[in-house]
Write a protein of this length. Structure first.
Length: 458
């Protein structure tokens, strides 16, 4: 009995399986069986299962292929393989540059495992659900043995996705789950799979027995629930009336995110930066060895409440920016968690211990998010070097009275230009990927129709 398999379908299945589980947990075999919608590929792993239905022509008895064979024959090209099953012998035939090729492998025997059931009740979400899972994955601790901090908590009663590593916690609201309890979902790279997102714009989610079910288009996958205790964090949002609140401007947030990794102090313990709300909004990084600092002035942002300094781990501050947190608050009179709010998101961060290092004013380098609106003061400006002094002594040969831009303004303009170019490049790449995806789908449909027509003439 014979069937036809598209090698690009094998490629997509192999990519999904490789992201669903760790490399050490990949399956030994992949099962193939005809179903009402075409040819169904299935694989089972420890704590996960995947099924993928693809168009196929012909009739064939169920068979299996070794995982290594599936990976070898997968390809991004829409090439086809003829599969003939004769007992335990599975013969694969294809063409390379017009030259016929074939290979016979042994079907390793059908497994008696059954796919977990598809839940009777599911809820439909947009594909941005996976973005929420990816964000949640940045706030987990798989090494914690006491609590299930390596899992993502789906809170049915509160319609939330919650994750924490014990030092930061992210709450994401607005998810209608088909259950009322808390369900612990394992972290998986499949949530960040671009192949999965190409299958459809909606995601179905359900829970049955020990499994969490996901469906996108013609792909289904299951993840086994995580057993363990997950902490409650509702107390962090209580008694916040006396907090000082930073209102972060969007352009300031982009300015800060662009430069945060370059601030000095990355080699210091806990990777600290200091968010200062004191007659303005600034973020400082310190080079304790050289006793210098770099200060980023956020000229469009504002704060309300008492003056305060929030010592934070810069990776956690970067997470807050990436999550779209635009309001940060803390208690100026006590070392309580820092609370951040964004669009349907709550971010809780434990502040670092200890105060900000002292540094002389003339050893602080200042960069402002709007250099024209907020130039460094004379006290805070770094002392000019001999080379700078020599350059200043030479009058520029320019016509008219236009003055050349200062170094800070030129650097700021260059960084703004680089940011704009990067955003444009991201948009162009996204458009190109969408066009390529549509072309692949159109070509696959044409090739499938042509194959079916050829089989009708046999």
């Amino acid at each position: 009995m014979k069937t036809i398999i598209n090698r690009f379908d094998l490629y997509r299945f192999e990519r999904l399986m490789s992201k669903l589980v760790r490399p050490s947990e990949l399956p030994q075999t992949v099962s193939f069986a005809l179903c009402a919608d075409g040819l169904q590929l299935t694989a089972f792993c420890n704590g996960a299962a995947l099924s993928f239905t693809v168009p196929s022509a012909g009739e064939v008895e169920p068979f299996t292929l070794p995982w290594s064979t599936v990976k070898e024959f997968s390809s991004k090209k829409n090439d086809y393989i003829d599969v003939i099953v004769n007992g335990k012998d599975v013969t694969l035939s294809w063409s390379t540059n017009g030259i016929p090729q074939s290979r016979t492998v042994q079907s390793l025997g059908l497994t008696d495992k059954q796919l977990p059931p598809v839940p009777d009740k599911t809820t439909v979400h947009s594909a941005t659900l996976f973005d929420a899972f990816v964000d949640a994955s940045r706030c987990v601790d798989s090494e914690n043995k006491q609590y299930a901090l390596g899992a993502i908590c789906l809170r049915g009663a509160k319609s939330q996705i919650v994750s924490t590593d014990g030092r930061q916690a992210l709450f994401q609201d607005g998810f209608d789950w088909p259950f009322n309890d808390d369900v612990l979902c394992p972290v998986s790279k499949i949530f960040n799979s671009k192949e999965l997102r190409e299958f459809g714009e909606t995601v179905k989610v359900g829970v049955d027995d020990d499994w969490i079910f996901f469906n996108v288009g013609n792909a289904n996958f299951w993840l086994r629930k995580v057993d363990g205790w997950f902490p409650k964090f509702d107390q962090f949002t209580q008694n916040i009336d006396g907090h000082t609140w930073l209102h972060l401007d969007q352009t300031d947030a982009a300015f800060l995110a662009e430069r945060l990794d370059a601030l000095p102090g990355k080699d210091n313990r806990n990777d600290p930066v200091y968010v200062k709300l004191d007659n303005g909004v600034t973020v400082r990084g310190h080079d304790t060895a050289k006793q210098t600092a770099t200060e980023l002035r956020l000229t469009k942002s504002r704060y309300e409440g008492s003056n305060v300094t929030m010592p934070m781990n810069r990776k956690q501050l970067k997470n807050a920016l990436d999550f779209g947190i635009n309001r940060l608050g803390c208690d100026p009179n006590a070392e309580t968690p820092i609370i951040g709010y964004g669009d349907n998101k709550l971010f809780v961060v434990m502040p670092l211990e200890g105060g900000e290092p002292n540094v002389e004013a003339d050893k602080v380098t200042v960069l402002a998010s709007n250099a024209k609106a907020s130039a460094p003061s004379k006290v805070e400006r770094s002392k000019p070097s001999p080379v700078t002094q020599a350059c200043r002594s030479v009058k520029p040969r320019m016509r008219g009275t236009v003055k050349p831009k200062g170094k800070t303004m030129i650097l700021d303009d260059a960084m703004k230009l680089r940011t704009n170019l990067r955003e444009t490049l991201v948009g162009v790449n996204s458009l190109i990927q969408s066009i390529k995806s549509q072309r692949r789908q159109d070509k696959l449909l044409r090739d499938t129709v042509n194959s079916l027509r050829k089989l009708q003439n046999v």
